[in-house]
Ligand binder design. Structure first.
Ligand code: CA
Length: 225
């Protein structure tokens, strides 16, 4: 994998760069917001490990610019434990995962591997159709009524769960387990944020959401027609 590490603490950055290299991945390093965006635009990376507090502009702004530019790389945010809102804010801004500081290097590497794992359902020609939604899993491409909708990799995976069994109700716990494979500390709030992100991108203004909340149980996909 090619990884872009964005971290302004020199010692921590050097530590992480070494660990990532030892794990057999390529790594670039940026130490502030503007150079993070510049490096991401210049070279392909599969994954970005992104600190929140950075010189220039912060990790949220980096993330917003990447997503606005349609860069599909996965983003793992490094958030401070003291900043309770950072995790939620990071997920809302389009991160795929987060890790709270301070963290063990093994934990960071485990997260990197988990995020980099190939989508097991991404066989070529695997295209799902539900109503006017069309999801090409291998190309990671979603359209609604022919119009392209940009989703982050994790958003795509959550939507894919619903599209594989349209009409079936999934509990928050089940979605959590499928996406994050029971990796600790995930709570139902994380799922709620991803559902909110999907609704914001896919739903039509004024129309009922395609992802219906089933009170006390979870969610299911429901498209008109
Ligand atoms: Ca920092």
């Amino acid at each position: 994998m090619d990884i872009l590490l964005v971290e302004d603490e020199p010692q921590l950055a050097a530590h992480v760069v070494r660990a990532i290299k030892r794990a057999g991945h390529g790594v670039d390093h940026a130490a502030d917001g503007p150079s993070a965006v510049e490096t991401a635009m210049k070279r392909h990376h599969d994954l970005m490990v992104l600190d929140v507090n950075l010189p220039g502009f912060d990790g949220f702004e980096v993330l917003a610019r990447l997503r606005a530019a349609g860069l599909p790389m996965r983003v793992l945010m490094l958030t401070a434990r003291s900043e309770v809102g950072d995790r939620v804010a990071g997920l809302k801004a389009g991160a795929d995962d987060y890790l709270t500081k301070p963290f063990a290097l093994e934990e960071l590497l485990a997260r990197i591997e988990a995020l980099g794992r190939r989508n097991p359902h991404a066989e070529p020609g695997n295209v799902l159709h539900v109503g006017d939604l069309c999801l090409d899993i291998s190309k990671r491409r979603l359209t609604r009524a022919g119009e392209r909708i940009e989703l982050s990799p994790r958003e795509l995976e959550v939507l894919q769960i619903f599209m594989q069994e349209p009409g079936r109700t999934f509990s928050r716990d089940e979605i959590c387990e499928r996406i994050w494979e029971r990796e600790h500390e995930y709570d139902t709030r994380t799922v709620e944020i991803f559902i909110m992100r999907l609704r914001k991108k896919i739903d039509r203004k004024g129309a009922p959401s395609i992802i219906t909340t089933v009170r006390g149980i979870g969610y299911h996909l429901e498209l008109p027609g």
